[in-house]
Design a protein around this ligand. Structure first.
Ligand SMILES: Nc1nc2c(c(=O)[nH]1)N[C@H]1C(S)=C(S)[C@@H](COP(=O)(O)O)O[C@H]1N2
Ligand SMILES: [Mo]
Length: 407
């Protein structure tokens, strides 16, 4: 009756068969619930997680000579749903987090425009704003899985340069139109106000299509780490393009060929050539539970769950395997699909001590399929680290210990 791979019908949980979850027991004692008998603490100006929930960004740390330059990742395995709380959004800073006084910050639009313009923070608040739920993924995300041996790390440590928020801001098109952009130009060069002066060339077509100047993140003003007072967001594209602490936009005929699009964030191929401006992030999915470094407590039914996203559209399907890719079953897509919006997928699985390799693979609305690890690395030069979207495999041994493996 039970399929050998343990994958169950996605409606099994709903069917509510008695005793299915062996964790349910009857406890009648009340004496261990002191909080029922005295008032709790009073209100607080800014909320914090329960002290029983220790949530932290992972791998916080940077360059040995300049520790403020580095990255921290989202603990994907500790979260659920699709939204990343602002305090846990991953960070990537090339020169640390600047402390910008919004009253002294301006956004300038110049170059091939009829009227160079500049906006203060307060000016931008007066525009009609739009909200979008979008992922940001660093193109260096999951690079550890391109290394020759699989590292024993958690889902967040390996793949947590990915976060998702509801961003609210002004469509960039509106500001470019106000400046009177030259339609014969092809690029907009965006620059940040951090000491790195990070700058990137954005195709004008993308800038006009759906890029935005974000002012709010999950309802509150942007966090300093995410670019306060304002950042560029180019949906679906590598995080590096979404310039934080945005101070200028120059409309130009040609790209600027900045450091971040020549020596970095390009894809070096086996034949010695390199792809430049490979901006969209490939279709990808990650099982967040059960996942690396976890321990399954007992035999029984588990929900396999994770996140899927694509820079080429919406996620269409996610399939899950428990036998390293020999057999697959469609997972339930739980969140409403949307462009560049991650989806949460779920599938019940029964584990009775059998060794297993858990995998997920996604297909997006443009027909792209997430490749296997070897497929994703097929054309890449050795040591290549950007835009890796191969299938993540989690091995489960007979003792229920889960770890990163290659298949
Ligand atoms: N000005 C500026 N913008 C920047 C960066 C930076 O260091 N400086 N880092 C980029 C990179 S590489 C990424 S992946 C994203 C990360 O955004 P986050 O820190 O909000 O997650 O911001 C991008 N924008
Ligand atoms: Mo990045």
């Amino acid at each position: 009756m039970l399929p050998k791979n343990g994958l169950l019908n996605r409606r099994t949980f709903l069917a509510g068969s008695a005793g299915f979850l062996s964790t349910a027991v009857w406890a009648s004692s009340q004496k261990d619930e002191p909080w029922r008998f005295t008032s709790g603490r009073r209100m607080s100006p800014y909320g914090a997680p329960s002290k029983y929930v220790g949530l932290e960004r992972l791998q916080i740390g940077g360059h040995p000579l300049a520790p403020e330059a580095g990255a921290s990742s989202t603990p994907l395995e500790r979260l659920n749903g699709i939204i990343t709380p602002n305090s846990l959004h991953f960070e990537r800073h090339h020169s640390g987090v600047p402390d910008i006084d919004p009253s002294q910050h301006r956004l300038r639009i110049f170059g091939n425009v009829q009227r160079p313009v500049s906006f203060g923070y307060e000016d931008l608040q007066r525009y009609p704003l739009v909200s979008k739920v979008l992922f940001i993924e660093c193109s260096g995300n999951s690079y550890a899985n391109t290394l020759p041996t699989a590292l024993d790390k958690s889902a967040g440590e390996l793949n947590g340069l990915l976060s998702c928020a509801e961003w609210t801001g002004i469509p960039l098109r509106q500001l470019l139109e106000e400046a009177g952009y030259d339609p014969k130009s092809d690029w907009v060069v965006a620059e940040g106000a951090d000491a790195a002066g990070m700058n990137r060339s954005v195709p004008l077509s993308l800038a006009l299509e759906d890029a935005m100047i974000a002012l709010y993140q999950n309802g509150e003003p942007l966090r300093a780490e995410q670019g306060f007072p304002m950042r560029l967001l180019v949906p679906g594209c590598e995080g590096n393009l979404s310039i934080k602490w945005l101070r200028s936009l120059e409309v130009r005929k040609n790209p600027a060929h900045t450091r971040e699009e020549t020596s970095k964030y390009t894809d070096l191929l086996k034949d010695g050539s390199a792809n430049q401006f490979s901006l969209r992030m490939g279709v990808k999915s990650i099982i967040t539970a059960p996942s690396g470094k976890m321990q399954l407590p007992d035999h029984g039914v588990y929900e396999i769950t994770g996140l899927a996203w694509s820079g080429h559209g919406a996620v269409k399907t996610v399939e899950v395997s428990a036998d390293g890719g020999r057999s697959w079953r469609a997972a339930e897509i739980q969140s409403e699909p949307g462009l560049y919006r991650p989806t949460r997928f779920r599938l019940p699985w029964r584990w009775e001590g059998q060794p297993a390799v858990l995998q997920s693979r996604a297909v997006d609305s443009s027909g792209n399929r997430q490749p296997t690890r070897s497929g994703a690395l097929a054309n890449a030069a050795p040591g290549f680290t950007y835009h890796y979207n191969g299938i993540q495999s989690w091995g489960v041994d007979q003792q229920g210990r889960v770890s990163n493996v290659y298949r």
